[in-house]
Design a protein around this ligand. Sequence first.
Ligand code: NAD
Length: 492
Amino acid sequence: MTTTFRPEVAQVLGRARLTEVLTAHIGGEFTGLGRGGWVDVDDPATGAVVAGFETSSAEVVDAAVRNADEAYRRWRGISPAERGRLLAGAAAAIRRDTDLLARLECIDSGKPLSQARADIAGSARYFEYYAGLADKIHGETLPQASGTFAFTRREPLGVVAHITPWNAPLTQLARGVAPCLAAGNAVVVKPSEMTPLTSVYLARLLVETGLPPGLCNVVLGAADPTGKALTEHDLVRHITFTGSVAGGRAVGEVAARRIIGVNLELGGKSPTIVCADADLAAAAAAGAQAVVRNSGQSCFATTRLLVDRVVRQQFVELLAERMAGLSVGHGLDDPDVGPLISDRQLQRVASFIDSARVEGAQVVIGGDQPSVGGRFINPTLVQDVTNEMRIAREEIFGPVQSVLEFETLDEAIAIANDTEYGLSAGVFTRDVATAHQVAERLEAGQVQVNRYIGAGVEVPFGGYKNSGLGREKGTEAVHHYTQVKSIIMDIA
Ligand code: NAD
């Protein structure tokens, strides 16, 4: 580990009042409790330790959940309109603190500053959207014989556990927590042990803006003991898990045994089909954008570009030119591509590039580290990839793009669907009929046509196959965070 500690980092942490030891945030306060051992939090770009926290033991998790349960019982009685007003206040506070939150996220996750700012704006947007939805969550009246009246109510669940990953800590939190609170639940959040800073900051901010204490408690620690204590807690009535397939499977097993609901937002190996009639410059820009966003550490990242053989060479040249122009550096300097999250991730990404070479693919650009060292990998383009290669089958989570080729659209769709994942997929074509046909045949929860960026908060998101279970965002999310009660009355 290097000891380089940029003065700006200390300044940001100081302004955020996060320089001291972090502990669980329960009932509006830092509890000072840990008891589960010490964990360092580092700046991914330099490896320098920037903060640390006391792991929340099972006892601390118990205190967080019990406190949330008490808060929930008061919150569900508050009018939906008032709940919406309080969430709107939270959105405004997030927007006000954008600069600080973006810098925190940048130091914690390594993402370039402008991407972090976009994430904070996205987080505020979740709170705005669900603030507006809070007083529109309703049941229905059901046709019955005369003399009988039946209707449904959508009621909250209680305490919902939110377990989030390190690649987009605040947006992943906001995506789940905002609809949950709008629907009348309370939450206990466990952020990734690698990136707890903005989650803790937000928990305090919510209380400062008037949200009743206890509605959004945060516990800190790894899967074991903290995550497991949370998912196993009797008072937790639903789990929203965003992370790896392995983690999702483990959490899903707990939910099945406990007979509680679960949302699983897992990984991807997204294909994008580039047809011969496509705007190749736009498709190449999309291919490059996939490695720019979070240095390719993005769940929906396109990592399999399936290109019509007729235009493959031209496309590779365009993409290589774009990727070669990308800057790499510390997130605070706002480059195109930041660092990878950890030494482990760096080794993993490097191993994919090695395995591609061994299996016969060709590295067109990149494939190495910049001379400054650190946890950086130069944007890497690999061609002559086939769908059997490891690089085409497993989630890479790094700035590595692969080009595969096809001859017919049927073949392209077969390759695209030949994966255990189904989070996102795309197609570039100028033909409207082709766009519709391909979109229908791709096995993914989201299909992007002639574009590549995340969709707005209004658009449901979630995976087919091993990419997950359930849908977040939009009005869909509210269905996970409410349960339906049917009331039948004899009024004869
Ligand atoms: P991970 O599964 O290692 O960890 C995710 C979170 O779950 C962390 O907070 C971790 O501590 C916790 N956790 C893991 N196992 C657990 C268990 N058994 N019980 C309780 N908690 C547990 O994933 P990661 O490496 O942090 O994140 C990267 C993964 O997340 C990638 O696969 C990526 O595709 C996925 N992801 C998916 C989405 C989506 O919306 N689909 C969004 C972002 C990231």
